[in-house]
Design a protein around this ligand. Structure first.
Ligand code: HAX
Length: 437
């Protein structure tokens, strides 16, 4: 058994035993109460699932196994330039709860390299789609097409004991994550570069090789990809892409079905697609104002116009966060170090100065601060990745790390089919009448 799998097996077996005893003894303990507003309000805040890999605090932001993003940057093994953490390290941390050594991360890089070969039929599926198919459609279809290789589906069909479910899930997870950069780069090159594909470079790490296959030159972009693919990986379990992956996985669908479903959720404009919407909104603003360097007053006017048209300001607000998103701040830090003089980056910073005050003034927005998607597009544009319809695919490659390591845990802990209760509005009215009486 490989060293990561061995560690995961030991840790998950121990937690499973501990949790079984805990639920047996304390299963009836009340941990939450649900208000009618939450039933109608997208289930905000209701505690209803277990997610080991990260936790979100409304004020402090995301913690991956207890570590903040700046702490990850300090403690996780970095890329060759010594600047940004390698996402492999975050995957290791999320899966087994320990910061890996540089040797352990090297091992994982090598594992993913060995598992990276994508079956030829996946490319054929992609090539059969019209070239202007949205990249997220291509991405979900490619992930589904790889399901033919599912270890879990095969072993389940052969007859697999419940206690073994985690094992082929781990294998599928490792294979799928290893292949995603190749698939995602293929989508990019076929959609925007006449299908001129770039062969993988086996000397590079997972994120560096992805940057290389995209065809964006330079070590700085590789460094950005390490940061990008680390910070987008996980945001606890309740967000739409994570929750969808979890829900589908709870039926014992394999990781391919589960992740492609999760990517369908990520493709919505209120979730991951917001990263394309932000830069599209900025480009439209610059076009309308007729400058690359708008003033704060001009930006404020455009923000008000967007709101008057009944639209949201993309990249602002969050269902849980109540402070600027640490993932936004991490990208701002990167941009301050590398791109201080970029016009488009400066527009993002000016928007950051202007928008929160205006949203606060509306009196209804619970979080006027920027989220992760408010910054990423401008940095990508600076490096030449201007095709914003592609941005959510980058997010998706990263998100796979979190939702699939979490799925290994769900399988190992023996999490059941997810099936919350729905009610009709008639039922609600009756309950309200009874409460009044
Ligand atoms: N611009 C304008 N109005 C906003 C707003 C924004 N950025 N954010 C929230 N509001 C409005 C809501 O539309 C809602 O208005 P109504 O009552 O008229 O319907 C009101 O403020 C209260 O909403 P909320 O409770 O503060 O926010 P929600 O939890 O309902 O929604 C969203 C959270 C992220 C969906 C929301 O803030 C939004 O639409 N933001 C813009 C889209 C975006 O950036 N999405 C990405 C979020 C991060 C993410 O998942 N990335 O992948």
């Amino acid at each position: 058994m490989d060293p990561l799998k061995q560690k995961f097996s030991a840790k998950s077996a121990a937690l499973r035993t501990e949790l079984r005893a805990l639920i047996k003894e304390h299963g009836q303990l009340k941990v939450d109460e649900v208000k009618l507003a939450q039933v109608f309000g997208g289930a905000r805040g209701i505690k209803m699932m277990i997610w080991e890999t990260s936790q979100l605090d409304p004020v402090k932001g995301i913690r991956f196994r207890g570590y903040s993003i700046p702490e990850l940057r300090e403690q996780l093994p970095k890329g060759v330039d010594g600047l940004e953490p390698r996402p492999e390290g975050l995957f290791w941390l999320m899966l087994v709860g320990e910061i890996p050594t540089a040797e352990e991360v090297d091992w994982l890089t090598d594992q993913w390299r060995k598992r990276a070969e994508v079956p030829q039929h996946v490319f054929k599926v992609l090539d059969s789609l019209p070239a202007d198919t949205h990249p997220m459609t291509q991405f979900t279809m490619a992930i589904s097409a790889m399901q033919t290789d599912s270890n879990f589906a095969q072993r389940y069909a052969e007859g697999l004991s419940k206690t073994e479910f985690w094992d082929p899930t781990y294998e599928d997870t490792m294979n799928l994550i290893a292949r995603l950069p190749r698939v995602a780069a293929y989508i990019y090159r076929r959609t925007y570069h006449n299908g001129e594909h770039i062969a993988p470079d086996p000397s590079l790490d997972w994120a560096g090789n992805f940057a290389h296959m995209l065809g964006i030159p330079g070590n700085e972009f590789k460094s950005l990809m390490r940061l990008y693919l680390t910070i987008h990986a996980d945001h606890e379990g309740g967000n739409a892409s994570a929750h969808t992956t979890h829900l589908v996985g709870s039926t014992l669908s394999d990781v391919y079905y589960s992740l492609s479903s999760g990517m369908g959720a990520l493709a919505g404009p209120l979730h991951g697609l917001a990263n394309q919407e932000v830069i599209k909104w900025i480009f439209e603003m610059l076009e309308e104002i007729g400058t690359k360097t708008p003033t704060k007053e001009q930006i404020a006017d455009y923000v008000n116009k967007t709101l008057e048209a009944g639209k949201v300001i993309p990249g602002y607000g969050h269902a849980v966060l109540r402070q600027p998103d640490p993932r936004f701040m991490a990208q701002k830090r990167f941009a301050e170090e590398h791109l201080k003089d970029s016009d488009i980056v400066n527009v993002v910073w000016k928007v950051f100065d202007v928008v929160p005050g205006i949203l606060e003034g509306l009196g209804k927005v619970k979080n006027p601060w920027p989220n992760v998607d408010a910054h990423s597009g401008a940095i990508l544009v600076h490096y030449g990745l201007t095709e914003y319809s592609y941005y959510t695919v980058l997010f998706g490659v990263s998100r796979a790390l979190g939702v699939l390591s979490a799925m290994c845990w769900s399988r190992a802990l023996g999490m059941p089919l997810e099936r919350p209760k729905s009610v009709t509005s008639e039922w609600v009215k009756k309950v309200v009448e009874e409460a009044k009486a």
